[in-house]
Write a protein that binds this ligand. Structure first.
Ligand SMILES: NC(=O)c1ccc[n+]([C@@H]2O[C@H](COP(=O)([O-])OP(=O)(O)OC[C@H]3O[C@@H](n4cnc5c(N)ncnc54)[C@H](O)[C@@H]3O)[C@@H](O)[C@H]2O)c1
Length: 339
């Protein structure tokens, strides 16, 4: 039995806790949260032992795996503490606040031999996996142009941590990091980035809350991405991409049904979506697999097999932090920056 302790029973922690119930041979045994009401809810929902902080839970020992779902400024210290205490770590995105913290996490993973996987969930999201497969296979020819969108309302979180640049890193860092990671996963690191954005007070109001980035690969191949945390209440969260190939166009829009369509002449086709964990599901009694479940299944499968996760390595997650940090620098310097 793999014994799991979860740090942070806020919105992501609750989502992960629910999905952790669906695995065979995995048991959520402890939950830590600094808020008493969150601890009470965790105990009531799952009958787990609760702790007043992630630090205390890890120090108490007796865990095989720690899930880190606390605000981003706490990812590195808790992940490092957990690995040094002998635990494997699943840590929510963004990996950490900066590349220096990421490097410390990687060093701890290397020293301890423990597994560290970052929840860059688009790598397990069927519509994004479909696009990566199309790019790799060249089924529709070469990719000519790609635009990505991730827009929605503001996130505040416990103690308004999302709105504080020093604890959450701003929208461009926290939310848009998903699209940045997907672009790097599919296409590698661009030659330079140029980003521009609208900024509020970075101490109290979320900093750069609407941004546009150009990932410049060559003179004739640029990827664009828009990210925001500023849409008014009532505007639904929207994730999209539009990919133009030599022989077709693939469009994803989280607000449409079907979400994915391929235009390659004639009527648009709604392709069957790939199941990124299909090869891993045997014997595990899985019914439906959302992207967050997919990444959990992959993580536990790697632990069982004793192999390090390849779909998202700590080094790749750190590269994403480097690029998104450079985007922020570009926004502030108002110029393109070479990577
Ligand atoms: N993968 C995704 O799609 C996705 C989506 C949303 C958030 N996230 C990430 O998940 C993480 C958590 O975000 P959230 O929206 O759940 O935040 P949240 O504010 O809802 O929850 C964070 C929880 O951590 C608790 N906490 C704070 N300090 C703690 C400590 N020292 N020990 C234990 N608990 C502590 C808080 O009380 C709170 O309940 C962030 O890094 C965020 O970027 C990922």
């Amino acid at each position: 039995m793999i014994k799991v302790g979860l740090c942070g029973f806020g919105s992501m922690g609750r989502g992960h806790a629910q999905l952790l119930q669906k695995h065979e041979g995995v048991k959520l045994v402890s939950v830590a949260d600094v808020r008493p009401d969150c601890r009470e809810k965790a105990a009531a929902d799952y009958g787990v032992k609760t702790w007043e902080s992630g630090e205390a839970m890890i120090a108490a020992g007796d865990l095989d795996v720690v899930f880190i779902c606390v605000p981003t400024y706490l990812h590195a210290p808790l992940a490092i503490q957990a690995m040094k205490a002998g635990c494997h770590v699943f840590c929510e995105k963004p990996m950490a606040m900066n590349t220096s913290e990421c490097a410390d996490m990687i060093a701890a993973a290397n020293q301890t031999g423990k597994t560290l996987m970052i929840g860059q969930v688009l790598r397990f999201w069927p519509e994004y996996v479909f696009l990566k497969n199309a790019i790799d296979s060249k089924e529709y020819g070469k990719l000519i142009a790609l635009s990505m969108t991730r827009v929605g309302g503001v996130s505040t979180g416990w103690d308004n941590w999302y709105l504080d640049e020093s604890r959450g890193g701003m929208q461009i860092f926290d939310r848009h990091v998903h699209d940045c990671d997907a672009v790097l996963w599919m296409l590698g690191t661009p030659k330079e980035v140029y980003a521009y954005g609208a900024t509020r007070d970075p101490r109290t109001n979320g900093g750069i809350f609407h941004s546009f980035t150009e990932y410049r690969y060559s003179d004739d191949f640029v990827v664009s991405a828009e990210g925001s945390a500023d849409t008014p209440p009532g505007f639904p969260f929207t994730a999209c991409y539009r990919a133009v190939f030599e022989k077709g166009l693939i469009e994803f829009n989280s607000r449409l049904k079907p979400t994915l369509q391929v235009f390659a002449g004639g009527e648009p086709i709604a392709p069957e979506l790939p199941d990124p964990i299909a090869a891993l599901t045997s014997g595990m009694n899985i019914s439906t697999a959302g992207p967050y479940y997919n990444e959990q299944v992959y993580f536990f499968d790697c632990l069982r097999k004793g192999v390090k996760p390849q779909v998202v390595t700590p080094e790749a997650a750190m590269e994403t932090i480097r690029v998104v940090r450079t985007e922020i620098e570009s926004c502030r310097a108002r110029k393109a920056i070479t990577l």
